[in-house]
Design a protein around this ligand. Structure first.
Ligand SMILES: Cc1cc2nc3c(=O)[nH]c(=O)nc-3n(C[C@H](O)[C@H](O)[C@H](O)COP(=O)(O)OP(=O)(O)OC[C@H]3O[C@@H](n4cnc5c(N)ncnc54)[C@H](O)[C@@H]3O)c2cc1C
Length: 449
């Protein structure tokens, strides 16, 4: 059985290994000089390769039943076995995220490279597949060799080095499209996979950026630039909630990032495709219900007897967040506490001096603070570009593919894996898990007659 794999990213690596270990003669084509470039960049270079809390709910796309079918055949147990066989020890974080114990993404790619060379997979790097056609014996694959290895890029050690001057033509019994999605063009993302899929008769759901930071022009967001908080987010359009998330939120110069923002970006991007902006509500105390937060502030009012709102909130949030929050909610700047005041929130000329604010905070003020803290409103007017989108939503329609084998229902012998399919996961290792899982199932199926 001769198998051609198009794309040497996460799912292509898993597909190549699974097929070769089952006796297939495998050739892996990768247009970049280096295998697994996104894997190398993943998890900030640490590679968040899976999640112990694997759950179909963490995936989005055309069909939850399809994802359930994939995860039931290649779940946590199977991924742990794959990594064990590769010699990779894992470490687990409190939220379930799995990393290689080395904390180095390059050990993941390195382990695959070693295993591929032992399984005698022919690796053609810097080699782009320009066309795949159903042929006399399965499929004809045309390639075009990219020139020299780009400056500063290391060629994969497994690459065959065989010159394919001007490209070459190959014949395979089966072909796996593992070309990834449109995100991060600087790491190999693009529309090549969608084009190849369409040329073979597969319908593609238009890709949109996902796990991408959100843009907001609200001035207070910029004032919080660089600050991370735990938050709950809810995005709504025309009064209807379209997405909610909970987790770390990072304020940036342009808007919102961090897992909590990234996880709602898919629905936000879709909602923004038909309107100029959507509403986002930030809950700065997602661990409390609204009534618990009210109760907490009321009790602090009694015990702390604060003169100002900033005293009431002391120790509950970073000082800077309190300053900006109070400014944004018309509570005026915090009381002068020397170094705690920043130039933007210092008393404006002619305003009452701080000593004049000695009156105790009223219960009504505490109540309105609680409301604001649980639902700080801002307008989101866009997402960052494909250059910053970690994954692509959309892709090859799932109804055309078998979840057991990733094989096209219409064109036998053609398999599709990973991000090229209409499946995208939340942040936290879910996307790489789906890539390993779909790649493994496709590779294993390819080796069968
Ligand atoms: C910066 C960043 C960080 C990320 N961090 C994480 C993380 O920590 N955890 C997580 O779960 N997910 C993470 N992701 C997402 C994850 O990396 C992807 O979902 C996953 O790599 C998808 O695997 P894939 O095999 O489908 O595609 P890819 O890994 O993108 O691989 C596709 C490969 O195919 C090649 N290719 C395309 N067309 C052709 C062609 N015609 N001929 C030859 N080669 C071709 C491309 O060059 C590419 O190397 C991250 C993504 C990015 C961009």
């Amino acid at each position: 059985m001769r198998v051609g794999i198009v794309g040497g990213g996460a799912s292509g690596l898993a597909a190549a290994l699974a097929a070769a270990r089952r006796g297939a003669k495998v050739t892996l084509f990768e247009r970049s000089p280096q295998l697994g470039r996104k894997v190398l960049a993943s998890g900030g270079g640490r590679c968040n390769l899976g999640n112990a809390r694997l759950d179909v709910e963490r995936y989005h796309g055309g069909d939850a039943g399809f994802v359930r079918g994939v995860l039931s055949r290649f779940g946590l147990r199977e991924s742990r076995r794959l990594f064990e066989e590769l010699g990779l020890m894992l470490s687990q974080e409190a939220d379930g995220r799995l990393f290689p114990r080395s904390s180095q993404a390059r050990s993941v790619v390195g382990a695959f490279e070693l295993a591929l060379s032992r399984a005698r997979v022919a690796v053609e790097c810097a080699c782009e597949v320009s066309a795949v056609r159903p042929g006399a014996r399965g499929f004809a694959v045309e390639t075009s060799k990219k020139g020299a290895v780009e400056a500063g890029e290391r060629a994969s050690p497994t690459a065959s080095g065989k010159a394919l001057a001007g490209g070459g033509a190959f014949e395979f019994d089966k072909v796996v499209l593992s070309c990834g999605g449109a995100s991060y063009p600087q790491l190999g993302g693009g529309d090549r996979g969608y084009r190849l899929a369409r040329s073979l008769g597969l319908a593609v759901v238009a890709p949109t950026p996902s796990l991408v930071p959100l843009v907001s022009k609200d001035p207070w967001v910029r004032k919080l630039q660089g600050i991370r908080v735990q938050a709950g987010l809810a995005v709504s359009a025309e009064g209807r909630t379209v997405a909610v998330s909970k987790g770390e939120l990072l304020f940036t110069a342009y808007g919102l990032s961090g897992p909590a923002a990234l996880d709602i970006s898919r629905e936000t991007a879709r909602a923004l495709s038909s309107r100029p902006s959507v509403d986002c509500s930030v809950d700065l105390f997602p661990e409390f219900s609204p009534s618990e937060l009210r109760g907490l502030l009321r009790s602090r009012l009694g015990t702390l007897k604060p003169a100002g709102a900033d005293d009431l909130l002391i120790g509950m949030l970073p000082d800077r967040v309190v300053e900006v929050f109070l400014g944004a909610h018309g509570h005026g700047p915090p009381q002068a506490r020397g170094a705690r005041l920043s130039p933007e929130t210092a008393w404006p000329p002619g305003a009452r001096p701080p000593q004049a604010r000695a009156a105790l905070l009223s219960p009504e003020t505490a109540l309105s603070l609680a409301q604001g803290l649980a639902g700080w409103k801002l307008a989101v007017c866009g997402t960052r570009s494909w250059d910053e989108a970690m994954v692509s939503a959309g892709g090859v329609e799932l109804a055309q593919v078998c979840p057991e084998t990733m094989e096209s229902k219409a064109l036998k012998g053609l398999h599709v894996t990973g991000e090229l399919l209409d499946v995208d996961g939340d942040s936290g290792g879910y996307n790489l898990h789906f890539a390993w899982a779909s790649g493994f199932l496709a590779g294993a199926a390819c080796a069968r007659r």
